[in-house]
Design a protein around this ligand. Structure first.
Ligand code: NCD
Length: 305
């Protein structure tokens, strides 16, 4: 059982909660591999509201719901809902909470998840609110790190290449800031380094934060976490065009390194395809954990485990 009804930010995910969610994720992975499905949620309806593009998050939430036999209802773009007519997030959530037992929403507006959680009468999950947070991705990411490295503390991590706008980086760094002895090195174009507020927050939580314009990936890193430049969030198109191919991990950068390489995906320019064959390239495994993690989260927030 989780001590909250809605997941808006990864700062809610304390180490104690993470232990519980990882244990539940292992149970869900066992269900998938043994029977494929379980009727744990066969009396529940999951509403999936995706007002920004999504492949992995949307499909893995839908798969998670269906593996637990929940029904799903969908709204996929603002043109299929009353948002086009000017309806507010508050009103939409109030209505959907009257239909479904839990709401999952992705929306382009930072802070939209907090607004939705506030008015929702049923549990609410933030599946990405603009460039702000993506807490369910951070559970998947930390689960992958824990499986590969056996710990979430005492980690030396590189984050690139758009720490300013990547909600996945925001959420994972906030989650890992709750563990001792972590060091984060942020790299990428100068204008896409993290916001000072985030750096202050992480430093206050005890993380050693550094910013470097270039990184030697063969230094003593445990995790290299990269995300594409968030093209859709640039006001300045030139800034995106100038930098899109400048930061890219190639085979020679990471071959033989002990660091694991993570990416929430989609991969655009940030990792060369030749890297996929290396044993430390674990981003496809990372994506596969999306289903058991989201099964665990749905079941926990619905009070079934
Ligand atoms: C991420 C997102 O949507 O923020 N993708 C995902 O959910 N796996 C990363 C991205 O879009 O770059």
């Amino acid at each position: 059982m989780l001590p909250f009804n809605s997941l808006v930010s990864s700062s809610q995910l304390t180490p104690e909660i993470i232990v519980e969610l990882f244990r539940a994720t292992d149970e869900m992975a066992a269900i998938i591999s043994k029977a494929g499905t379980h009727k744990l949620l066969d009396d529940k309806i999951v509403a999936l509201l995706f007002f920004e593009p999504s492949s992995r998050t949307m499909l893995s939430f839908q798969t998670a719901a269906q593996r637990l036999k929940a029904g799903t209802v969908f709204a996929q773009s603002s043109s299929s809902t009353s948002f086009e007519k000017g309806e507010s997030i508050e009103d939409l959530i109030r209505i959907v909470a009257g239909y479904a037992d839990i709401i999952v929403m992705r929306h382009s507006q930072p802070g939209s998840a907090a607004i939705a959680a506030e008015v929702s009468e049923v549990p609410f999950i933030n599946a990405g609110d603009g460039g702000n947070e993506h807490p369910t991705q951070s559970i998947i990411d930390s689960y992958t790190i824990f499986r590969e490295k056996g710990r979430l503390s005492n980690l030396n991590i590189v984050f690139g290449f758009d720490s300013l706008q990547s909600r996945s980086i925001h959420s994972l760094s906030r989650l890992l800031a709750q563990y001792p002895d972590n060091r984060f090195v942020f790299t990428g174009p100068e204008k896409l380094l993290p916001d000072q507020n985030l750096l202050n927050e992480l430093t206050a939580a005890g993380v050693r934060c550094e910013v470097q314009s270039e990184v030697d990936y063969r230094d003593n890193y445990d995790v290299i976490y990269v995300n594409r430049l968030q093209e859709e969030r640039f006001d300045d198109v030139k800034l995106f065009e100038e930098n899109r191919r400048k930061y890219r991990i190639t085979k020679k950068d990471v071959e033989g390194s002990d660091a694991i390489l993570l990416d929430p995906l989609p991969r655009i320019d940030e990792i060369a395809v030749e890297v996929d064959a290396l044993p430390n390239a674990v981003y496809f495994e990372q994506a596969s954990y999306g289903v058991p993690v989201r099964m665990a989260l749905l079941a926990s927030l619905l009070g079934k485990i």
